[in-house]
Design a protein around this ligand. Structure first.
Ligand code: AKG
Length: 282
């Protein structure tokens, strides 16, 4: 606080005021040059593909644990008549955590989002044979703020099965994050995020994209993690969707992403204190 004028100063707005639980912003770790290059590509094209960055063992564990939860197909054409979805994944299993808090993804997001960005949605998606293409969209659309504008979020879609030309690979419109209002023009360039299993496509919340149609006879299994700026409302309410015991047993990175963190000076506080105190009091 500026004592003379009584105005909040910028220093105060950015200060980590918490005494006990310091900020865990900057949880990513990767080679700086690699991260610079990926962030530049993301800012230029609106998306980037990170190839083969989780292990076969992690993929297998996720597949085994998510499958019992994929019991329902969609309720509308956005969710997809032949697409199984499960929401609130961090409240059901731990096996998506290596994707949600992947160090390379975190490091790239640290370059394009404010410190202490949050997880906004964690969803399992299984596109079944015969599914048609999902309506294209950009994920930030529900934050009603006119385009062109900066992104307020970003998302990963992880290929648990390899994404191919014809099994429903995510379609992405390069450069569309810079577009103004309205749907993509008919002649807009579109690419398919064809990638090996264990890879993800990372795109900005303003980038137009959609799930592809599955013309094969096998499902296309994926996991998507969406992130938002630390001052935005998250799509999923993790305080209700993730049992406290499951939060307590997670590392600091996951706790922060699930909302047990503060965007300085005080967004996220509980009774004027850091929300992590609520993990201690019982
Ligand atoms: O499944 C995909 O490839 C994309 C899914 C998507 O964009 C969504 O459900 O919002």
């Amino acid at each position: 606080m500026n004592q003379k004028t009584g105005n909040l100063t910028l220093d105060y707005l950015d200060a980590d005021l918490a005494g006990t639980f310091k900020s865990t912003a900057g949880i990513g770790s990767a080679d700086d040059k690699q991260v610079d290059a990926l962030a530049a590509e993301l800012n230029e094209n609106g998306y980037v593909i990170l190839e083969s960055i989780i292990s076969k063992e992690q993929l297998d564990t996720y597949r085994e644990e998510i499958m019992p939860h994929l019991t329902r197909t969609g309720r509308n054409n956005f969710e997809g008549d032949k697409t199984q979805r499960v929401y609130g994944v961090p409240g059901k299993i731990y096996a998506a955590d290596p994707m949600i808090a992947h160090p390379l993804v975190m490091a790239v997001l640290d370059r394009v989002m404010r410190p202490n960005f949050l997880l906004s949605q964690g969803q399992g998606i299984n596109i079944l044979p015969g599914e048609v293409a999902q309506p294209i969209h950009h994920d930030d659309a529900f934050y009603h703020w006119p385009r062109p504008r900066p992104h307020l979020g970003a998302a990963t879609i992880w290929a648990i099965d390899a994404f191919t030309e014809d099994n429903g690979a995510t379609v992405v419109y390069p450069g569309s994050h810079k577009w103004g209002p309205g749907a993509p023009p008919a002649d807009a360039k579109v690419v398919k995020a064809v990638m090996p299993e264990g890879s993800c496509v990372l795109f900005l919340g303003t980038t137009w994209h959609g799930g592809g149609g599955n013309e094969t006879d096998k499902p296309r299994l994926a996991f998507t993690a969406q992130y938002c700026e630390p001052w935005c409302r998250t799509q999923e309410n993790y305080f209700l969707a993730v049992p406290k015991e499951m939060v307590k047993s997670r590392d600091e990175a996951m706790q922060r992403l699930l909302g047990y963190s503060v965007h300085p000076p005080f967004i996220g506080m509980v009774n004027g204190m850091h929300p992590k105190r609520c993990l201690q009091d019982d």
